[in-house]
Design a protein around this ligand. Structure first.
Ligand code: SF4
Ligand code: SF4
Length: 652
């Protein structure tokens, strides 16, 4: 006999199946339509458009699991097993329907291949479900939640998969076909039943399996399972081009279509929580909870029945006021499978908070007032801005007739903070030694607006941006070197019409090295480790240049910390955190200095004034004494140069 399968074998009242299938499809489509309606309400200025690159990225990420495998191989493989298993069974069921209702093709060899493929798909699904349960409930992976929905979804799927195999076993036990061994799992199970008992049990289990499977499909849009559609849509949307200046526009604090899709595509995997330095320091903020709270808020605003996820309805928005904890370090985006940038959503919330004048911490409000009145977040005065340069005899580009090839933009923190001033003094001396014709803006130097941008005071940011552009234009400045990765990032990525080129000092030093203008002559015998500042590394991908400089200094041995480059930990000073007093179980900066010390390094090097201040304070607070030190990269470079001015002191 030709291998084949009889559809609806032993099943009476098949019309009930059609009713149930129609009901399940209807519920699924209604849920999908609700998502699309909510998304459309958030369409705003950004809409879905076609992009070949975005499509390619979506296909690679979804079908090959490129993103889920990254950084967590076990989780990625588990996810791929689930995904491919589910997909194989779904396609198999669709092929059976086509064979039954449209074209008969599943007979003979094609049926045997089909049977075996379904076995492999089913086994993959089963392995994925069991692995997921083990990770969540036996290994108890810390980033995974254990809510009702987290238990219900895999149990449901497990029962559907097991009942499917069992059903096959009953069918093969009753029919005993010659080709039964091709369905090797079902064939193995068929030995458990006599032909008569299998025939009697089969219809009951068939209905049970049918109800489980159809209801599982129906609830997809109403649970976190919706990520099977939301995540690909999110990955695709994040691959589309973004506005020139993210956020600075009418309605900048509003969530757009990309945000709404991201919220719905979030699978609550918790990778962002594991990467978040704020959550890691025991602070009352976690990006996943924040994203979910925002998802609920969007649904409550746009859907008459409120949150569509009925199993999460009772959850509190614990994070509603805690978005000030985010340092905007970008670590969450690096690991999120749907490329969700929680910190950009945080910034939008901050924009609204600032606009409404609510929930803004008092110290931060005072700081913004200083930026507005005195052009810096530190002092209620502009007069001390150039004080660090006393005795260095530098060109002041704001003076009549002054000219230079390069403008050194010192930045607010490096200008005013006693610890950070060493960066300005040593970098200036390095430039002088290398023969660079450079100048500073002295007391006229403005604030770039970074802090206003990070905390959502966009009006103030635009004012600072225009002020900087006008000033640079007035003095004919086209080439700028910054002390701070924050000024560099703001100039480079958030000034859409900047009439100048901005570089961080590490890029300038690397260039001078390449040109042979910096000769590292003196040996500095030390083991060092390097802390990647978030706005230099993760935000601008400058990982290699600082390391190349360190490696070029004779005598230095570079050892890496556990978290380095893209995985670097945040010092806790970015995103406006420097000007807030927030509580945590431990300080992020203390976690970082202890990790640095654990490498055996004597010097923790960084390349950012905020990192320098935070890490130096943490070193003192942690009681880490000599020989362990925190230094800016400029300080070390200066030590190795011949002809550097002795007046520029190196901190010990
Ligand atoms: S935001 Fe991204 S990383 Fe965080 S839980 Fe959601 S999907 Fe996972
Ligand atoms: S940007 Fe950093 S601090 Fe903010 S949510 Fe993401 S990981 Fe946490």
């Amino acid at each position: 006999m030709t291998p084949h399968r009889i559809m609806f074998w032993q099943i009476d009242y098949v019309w009930i199946f059609y009713v149930l299938a129609g009901l399940a499809a209807g519920i699924f489509l209604a849920g999908l339509a609700a998502h699309i309606c909510v998304w459309k309400k958030r369409a705003g200025s950004r809409e879905m458009s076609f992009s070949g690159d975005a499509l390619k990225r979506t296909i690679l990420d979804v079908f090959l699991g490129r993103r889920v495998l990254q950084g967590d191989m076990a989780a990625g493989l588990m996810h791929l097993f689930l995904f491919w298993g589910f997909l194989a069974l779904f396609i198999g069921t669709a092929l059976l329907a086509i064979h039954h209702y449209l074209i008969s093709f599943l007979e003979g060899t094609s049926y045997l291949i089909f049977s075996m493929s379904m076995e492999v798909g089913g086994l993959m699904l089963l392995a994925g479900i069991i692995w997921a349960i083990v990770r969540r409930y036996i290994q108890r992976v810390p980033r995974l939640e254990r809510r009702l929905e987290d238990a219900l979804v895999p149990t449901w799927l497990l029962l559907a998969a097991l009942s499917g195999f069992m059903l096959e076993g009953l069918r093969l036990a009753a029919q005993q076909p010659q080709w039964g061994a091709w369905s090797f799992v079902g064939w193995g199970l068929s030995g458990l039943f006599s032909s008569a008992s299998a025939q009697a049990l089969y219809p009951y289990l068939w209905w049970g399996h049918t109800v489980l499977s159809l209801s599982f499909i129906a609830v997809i849009p109403f649970t976190k399972l919706f990520h099977v559609l939301g995540a690909p849509a999110g990955i695709y949307f994040q691959g589309l081009s973004k506005p020139a200046i993210p956020g600075v526009a009418e309605g900048a604090g509003e969530f757009d279509l990309g945000d709404a899709i991201f919220f719905d595509g979030c699978m609550r995997c918790g990778r962002c929580v594991a990467a978040c330095p704020s959550a890691g320091a025991g602070e009352p903020f976690a990006p996943r909870d924040f994203v979910q709270a925002m998802r609920r808020a969007v649904w409550q605003e746009h859907f008459p029945l409120g949150d569509i996820r009925f199993l999460s309805r009772g959850e509190e928005s614990k994070v509603d006021e805690n978005f000030w904890y985010c340092t905007t370090c970008r670590a969450c985006l690096e690991v999120c499978p749907v490329y969700g940038a929680a910190f950009e959503v945080v910034t939008k919330k901050r924009v609204l908070a600032v606009e409404e004048g609510t929930q803004v911490p008092t110290l931060l409000n005072q700081t913004l007032e200083k930026v507005f009145k005195y052009d810096n977040p530190w002092e209620s005065s502009r007069s001390k801005r150039g004080a660090w340069a006393e005795g260095l005899d530098l060109i002041d580009l704001s003076k009549r007739g002054a000219e230079a090839d390069l403008c050194y933009f010192v930045g607010c923190t490096t200008s005013f903070d006693a610890t950070a001033q060493v960066i300005a003094r040593s970098f200036s001396e390095i430039l002088r030694t290398a023969g660079v014709n450079f100048g500073i803006l002295g007391k006229k130097e403005p604030c770039c607006g970074d802090i206003a941008r990070r905390v959502g005071e966009l009006g103030l940011f635009e004012e600072k941006m225009e002020g900087c552009c006008d000033l640079f234009d007035q003095y004919g400045i086209t080439d700028v070197a910054t002390s701070s990765p924050h000024c560099f990032h703001t100039f480079r990525n958030e000034y859409p019409e900047a009439p100048f080129k901005a570089r961080h000092y590490t890029l300038v030093l690397r260039e001078l090295m390449a040109q042979g203008k910096l000769q590292f002559k003196k040996k500095v015998e030390a083991t060092v480790t390097y802390h990647d500042p978030c706005y230099l590394g993760r935000h601008n991908r400058i990982f290699d240049e600082p390391r190349e400089i360190i490696r070029a200094i004779p005598g230095l041995r570079l050892v890496e910390m556990t978290h380095h480059r893209v995985d670097s930990l945040c010092c806790g000073g970015g995103g406006g955190r420097m000007w807030q007093d927030l509580d945590g179980e431990v300080k992020m900066s203390e976690v970082r200095v202890r990790e640095a010390e654990a490498t055996g390094a004597e010097i923790l090097i960084t390349a950012c004034p905020l990192c320098l201040i935070m890490l130096e304070d943490a070193r003192k607070a942690a009681g880490l004494k000599e020989p362990f030190r925190v230094m800016d990269l400029n300080e070390l470079v200066l030590q190795t140069l011949d002809g550097a001015d002795k007046k520029v002191e190196i901190r010990n």
